[in-house]
Design a protein around this ligand. Structure first.
Ligand code: HEC
Ligand code: HEC
Length: 465
């Protein structure tokens, strides 16, 4: 989405294309833009997403300061993360992909997906090794990787919310005798019973894991005290396991990396493990291996760093991944950073937290500049996906960290846009009978009332993250 308005600040700053004046009506700009004749005579500016930042990946390396053992384990975990699974090593019977890095690769291993320029990796696996899967119509070659969930059971009333994997191993040469069928996505789509989530990057997740609960809930209280002004009050997705604040995933459904990895192994790849030891489909003739398929290996010849199952090693790999490195801000991005906070984006996209003392010295008492409160917010019926996850209702999403946004291809939980300006505008939504209005409405109105140059500077700042 590109919007163009006259701007005095654009004079002499940036030579930008001259286009027609288009005012955002959907977002109900609270303050009308008063443009004097003098300003109109100046050059016009088109507020636009500068696009994916070029240059090096600026992500994917471990923290500096890892010792030799930590480095070895990081490297091992990275190898596991990129390992291609087949049926004898645990793939299926249901799966979305055959390796973690198929979906977590942009702009480096551990990131989001697909790799830029977008080539959806599910097209590489659906008929691999003789598999007879059909490609669901919602997946496109150059679009986002859409992992499908069914909000409701087949009666369309009882909540479901789980992933319904894209593919099965039926037809694969290493799965002779298995004849299970894919879910009926056409029917689910016609019933409106489909929700999509795209991969989230894992850079810096070790720091995210270690931020203390009270740090998050104190921040929550501070913002909630201003609720009458901004209409924003986050909800912590409290873990049903130990009562702490869950923080990973689009719905903050995961507390930490170990459990998330165990679940991703079974859900995305179909590889059973010590966290999730049962095959998700137990049809006779489709389960080829003893369970768990990835397990602690007590063979005395196995080196120490390879003793655990895959989830632990992959979790260590991600835990030790340093956060994305932002670009050096120029004057515009520096102003954008200020505007980001002035407008109120930081009421949800909290600029930073500090980690407590950690046995991993490189993660101890660190400033975590993630741009997220890690809390859930009502985002209105326009974004609602009807997926309920713990305390996350069908219209609630965790504020996603914005570090690394400069290298992201697709935005929002279902990857509906690759334009960062559209991602901002899509925060705005009025209530319907089912869900309240988006908590972000006041902030988005304020954003829309900014001068075009200030809006542009925010976009430049975001693409420098
Ligand atoms: C088919 C694509 C796909 C594959 C393969 C995949 N993931 Fe994911 N991953 C996702 C999606 C989609 C999400 C967002 C899940 C959600 O919140 O609904 C995600 C989220 C995550 C997160 C949470 C990140 C955060 O900061 O919130 C972690 C950790 C993760 N994946 C690890 C893994 C690991 C480890 C593997 C391999 C065992 C893996 N993933 C394989 C698609 C994939
Ligand atoms: C009420 C809380 C709230 C406010 C205020 C808010 N955001 Fe967000 N933001 C979110 C949530 C929640 C999402 C994820 C929504 C989804 O995926 O459906 C999000 C998503 C995003 C994304 C996409 C990130 C991704 O990983 O896909 C960007 C970019 C973003 N916000 C920027 C901003 C900017 C800039 C502002 C200020 C103009 C702002 N946000 C204000 C809560 C907020």
């Amino acid at each position: 989405m590109a919007r163009s308005v006259n701007s005095s600040r654009s004079c002499g700053l940036k030579p930008l294309a001259k286009v027609a004046l288009v005012l955002e009506i959907g977002a109900l700009a609270a303050v009308p833009l008063v443009l004097s004749a003098a300003l109109r005579s100046h050059r016009e500016i088109t507020v636009h997403d500068p696009g994916i930042r070029g240059g090096p990946a600026d992500a994917g390396n471990p923290f500096s300061g890892l010792n030799t053992e930590e480095t070895t384990t990081f490297n091992d975990g990275q190898t596991n993360f990129t390992t291609v699974f087949a049926v004898p090593t645990g793939l299926g019977p249901l799966f979305d992909e055959n390796q973690c890095s198929s979906c977590h690769i942009q702009p480096a291993t551990g990131g989001s997906g697909p790799a830029a320029p977008a080539t959806n990796p599910v097209f590489n696996v659906y008929q691999l090794d003789g598999a007879t899967n059909n490609m669901p119509s919602f997946e496109t070659q150059t679009g986002p990787i859409l992992v499908p969930r069914f909000p409701y059971m087949s009666n369309l009333t009882t909540l479901d919310g789980t992933v319904h994997q894209l593919f099965t191993i039926t037809g694969r040469s290493d799965a002779t005798g298995c004849t299970i069928q894919q879910p009926n996505f056409t029917q689910a789509q016609s019933e409106g019973n489909l929700a999509f989530h795209i991969p989230l990057p894992t850079f810096g997740d070790g720091l995210v894991e270690f931020i203390e609960n009270i740090t998050l809930t104190n921040n929550m209280s501070t913002v909630c005290a201003l609720q009458s002004t901004y209409g924003i009050c986050g909800t912590a997705n409290i873990s049903g396991h130990d009562g702490s604040v869950n923080r990973l995933g689009w719905k903050a459904q995961w507390r930490g990396l170990n459990l998330a990895t165990g679940e991703e192994m079974n859900v995305q790849l179909g590889v059973t493990n010590e966290y999730f030891p049962a095959e998700l489909n137990q049809t006779t003739g489709c389960d080829f291996n003893p369970v768990p398929e990835s397990a602690t290996d007590f063979n005395p010849s196995i080196p120490e760093d390879q003793f655990t199952g895959d989830p632990e090693r992959m979790a260590i790999f991600m835990r030790f991944l340093a956060p994305p490195i932002p670009a050096t801000f120029n004057g515009n991005a520096t102003n954008g950073q200020t505007q980001f906070s002035t407008v109120g984006c930081q009421l949800c996209h909290t600029v930073s937290f500090t980690t407590p003392v950690s046995p991993f010295t490189f993660m101890s008492q660190q400033t975590v500049t993630l741009y997220s409160d890690l809390l859930l917010h009502h985002m209105g019926p326009c974004l609602a996906d009807n997926i309920v996850a713990g305390m996350a209702q069908g219209d609630m999403f965790r504020t996603p960290p914005l570090w690394g946004a400069g290298k992201r291809m697709f935005f929002l939980h279902d990857g509906r846009t690759s334009d960062i300006l559209t991602a901002i505008q899509d925060h705005y939504c009025v209530a319907n009978g089912q869900y309240p209005a988006s908590e972000a409405n006041t902030v988005i109105n304020t954003f829309n009332a900014l001068s075009p140059q200030n809006q542009q500077d925010i976009l430049d700042f975001l693409r420098d993250l």
